[in-house]
Write a protein that binds this ligand. Structure first.
Ligand code: SAM
Length: 317
């Protein structure tokens, strides 16, 4: 029963309730771990590989924009604790807006930025930044910017967009937030689980779940995959234990057209890796970031994890 003082409130619409608070609580509770502990983690190589993928993607689109203009403004939608701050610094952008539903993550992201700024040497460039706690599937981000007319050259949404596919309204609001304030010619870039792969693995499984020692994906049932609200529980050691939603990419592409967007490209992680690794700089970066070559058959032992589970999941997305 609702408390008395809310009894007269109109019933909430479907998209006004949902899993957002559970997701925020989960990410808020995640502890930051030091470098040493991280390197002992069973998902060390997976994390590094994901990070390498984001670095290459972000670097590529910064270069595309820089060919047209020098002052680059970016929206990091679902910034988390600021895992991509260094990438934006390396990209010498001018301004960054970081936003996330999890307030503690936003605070940690801000602190990380302040620390990074304090460590800058005299004359070293660092972008200006602002930090916003908001649910991007429900709130209008533009009302929260320091300048409501702020325009972005890039909106980066890394491992976040799938949380929005709970309802059409939420997915559309997140797209509006991602694309509505882009400058003409601006880019919406991101990474999200591959729903085709998820369904393929589920259908091949004898139960409603699949995975290994490190990760597990559990659906409520097989054979019925609604376009919105197709929830699965994703567990990944040390990182995630939250409900997520399938994103049917052709639908996302159609919905994005409404916001004036045109698909530039879409690749699986494997396709992206196979294309980008041909570039010597990207290959060097992969080594420096200690990301194993997950699809390599070269048998280079320095790059190959002893733990086959690291491989398995790296292939996942
Ligand atoms: N983008 C960061 C990165 O790549 O390191 C964090 C990725 S983490 C897997 C997913 C993030 O999405 C979490 O920080 C979570 O709080 C955020 N998130 C989930 N739902 C959201 C929503 N509705 N609005 C804004 N952020 C959301």
């Amino acid at each position: 029963r609702k408390p008395l003082d809310t009894e007269d409130e109109p019933p909430k619409k479907r998209h006004e309730v949902g899993h957002g608070q559970a997701v925020a609580a989960h990410y808020n509770e995640l502890q930051e771990v030091g470098l040493e502990k991280r390197s002992q983690s069973r998902i060390f190589y997976l994390r590094n590989f994901n990070n390498w993928t984001k670095s290459v993607l972000i670097g590529e689109f910064i270069d595309r924009v820089r060919r047209k203009k020098s002052d680059i403004t970016v929206l990091d939608l679902g910034c988390g604790k600021g895992g991509d701050l260094l990438k934006w610094k390396k990209g010498r952008i001018k301004k960054l807006v970081c936003t996330d539903i999890a307030d503690i993550s936003v605070q940690q992201c801000k602190q990380r930025y302040e620390d990074m700024k304090a460590r800058c040497r005299y004359n070293e460039h660092i972008f200006d930044a602002e930090f916003i706690q908001a649910d991007s599937t429900k709130d209008h981000l533009s009302t929260k910017y320091s300048d409501p007319d702020m325009r972005f050259d890039i909106c980066s949404c890394q491992f976040v967009y799938h949380y929005s596919f709970e309802t059409y309204e939420q997915a559309d609001m997140m797209l509006k937030n991602a694309c509505g304030n882009l400058s003409p010619g601006g880019y919406f870039i991101g990474t999200t689980p591959n729903s085709f792969e998820l369904v393929k693995r589920l259908e091949a499984s004898e139960t409603n779940s699949f995975g290994n020692e490190v990760y597990n994906v559990k659906f409520e049932k097989k054979g019925d995959y609604p376009l919105f609200g197709c929830k699965y529980d994703f567990h990944l050691e040390e990182v995630v234990d939250v409900p997520e939603f399938l994103v049917y990419f052709p639908l996302l592409e159609e919905m994005a057209k409404k916001h004036g967007m045109k698909l530039v490209y879409k690749m699986t992680f494997r396709e992206f890796y196979e294309e980008k690794i041909k570039n010597e700089e990207h290959k060097m970066l992969l080594r420096r970031m200690q990301a194993l070559e997950p699809y390599s058959t070269s048998g280079d032992s320095r790059l190959v994890s002893d733990n086959p589970d690291d491989y398995e999941h790296a292939k996942e997305f």
